[in-house]
Design a protein around this ligand. Structure first.
Ligand SMILES: Nc1nc2c(ncn2[C@@H]2O[C@H](COP(=O)(O)OP(=O)(O)OP(=O)(O)O)[C@@H](O)[C@H]2O)c(=O)[nH]1
Ligand SMILES: [Mg+2]
Length: 299
């Protein structure tokens, strides 16, 4: 399956939720009712009120200025507006230096470990030497889960015992990466600690270790968000953005979500690019994000 088919399959629930309304909408007239209903439909798809109003306003303006009369042209125009809203920052991973580092953060259960496993397989397929760092030492099972993924993807893993200092695991992993000539280090972190301040401090400490051990290396801090949590994910994202500084977002579980519009709200409100999307639990179910294909699959 190509990106378009896969994303279309992944967005099935979203389209069942709002796609039918789009078809009805675009079968009607380009009048005030149309714009009202369009607003409702987009908000229902979890695009968020602010982002929806902005998009619909822009559509009205372009329909007027470009003297659009046909519904098909209006539909193309709407796709164009939404795709534009998704184009913020650099969508590709910036991991050119050897080694380079990607840190995965996000609350528990969003899919960090799974995403690392899938990305490891993908990067290995591109010929990169990948090393996984099990810096989620909060639960014993966390490193075991990452180890299973390292086996599936066929990449190296560095781990320590449960309760070990996550920054020490990262130090070990960076040392191993330098010795082995790894290209990319993917760091798994805990989603839950005793409290939020603890978690944020932990992430800062890990960050300092990377600064010290690999000064000037390319680095991504990827916030993993669960698409099924909708607007809640947006609140989490704002908190992480302030505390940890994020370079990109991975949106998981789009396959189970009826609210794919959240992708647009996130990109717009945070001005951080969505870099990958998760569309299933399998090793191949991670796709680089393509704005144009995404909106075509959505609308
Ligand atoms: N359907 C679907 N399930 C996913 C996707 N990504 C992850 N999952 C599932 O979500 C659950 C949680 O994933 P994990 O990778 O363990 O999440 P985590 O963020 O590492 O969780 P903690 O380690 O507890 O913080 C697992 O059952 C995964 O299989 C996805 O894109 N689609
Ligand atoms: Mg995990």
């Amino acid at each position: 399956m190509g990106f378009f088919e896969k994303i279309k399959a992944g967005l099935t629930r979203t389209r069942e939720n709002i796609g039918h309304s789009f078809d009805q909408l675009f079968a009607g007239e380009l009048d005030d009712d149309f714009y009202d209903e369009l607003e409702e439909t987009l908000i229902l798809g979890d695009m968020g009120v602010d982002t929806t109003l902005k998009a619909v306003e822009e559509l009205r303006r372009r329909v007027r200025e470009e003297k659009i009369k046909e519904m098909d042209a209006a539909r193309v125009c709407l796709r164009d507006i939404l795709a534009g809203m998704l184009q913020v920052g650099q969508p590709e991973l910036q991991l050119a230096t050897t080694p380079s580092v990607a840190l995965f953060i996000g609350v528990n259960g969003v899919g960090k470990t799974t995403t690392i496993g899938k990305l490891a397989a993908r990067l290995k397929g591109e010929g990169k030497r990948v090393l996984l760092a099990a810096a989620d030492t909060f639960r014993a099972a966390a490193a075991d889960q990452l180890e299973i993924w390292s086996g599936r993807a066929g990449v190296d893993l560095v781990r320590q015992h449960e309760g070990a200092d996550p920054a020490a695991v990262v130090f070990d992993a960076l040392t191993a990466a330098k010795a082995r000539g790894s290209d990319v280090i993917l760091i798994d972190t805990a989603g839950r600690l005793h409290n939020k301040q603890n978690l944020m401090n932990e992430l800062k400490k890990i960050s300092r270790v990377v600064d010290r051990e690999l000064p000037g290396c390319d680095r991504e801090t990827l916030l993993v968000l669960d698409a099924t949590t909708g607007q809640n994910g947006l609140i989490q994202a704002k908190q992480f953005k302030e505390a940890a500084g994020i370079t990109g977002i991975v949106l998981t579980k789009l396959d189970g979500s009826a609210k794919g519009g959240i992708v647009i709200a996130i990109a717009q409100e945070l001005q951080v690019p969505v870099k990958y999307i998760g569309v299933g639990e399998g090793i191949d179910d991670l796709m680089p994000f393509e704005a144009q294909s995404f909106v075509e699959a959505l609308i």
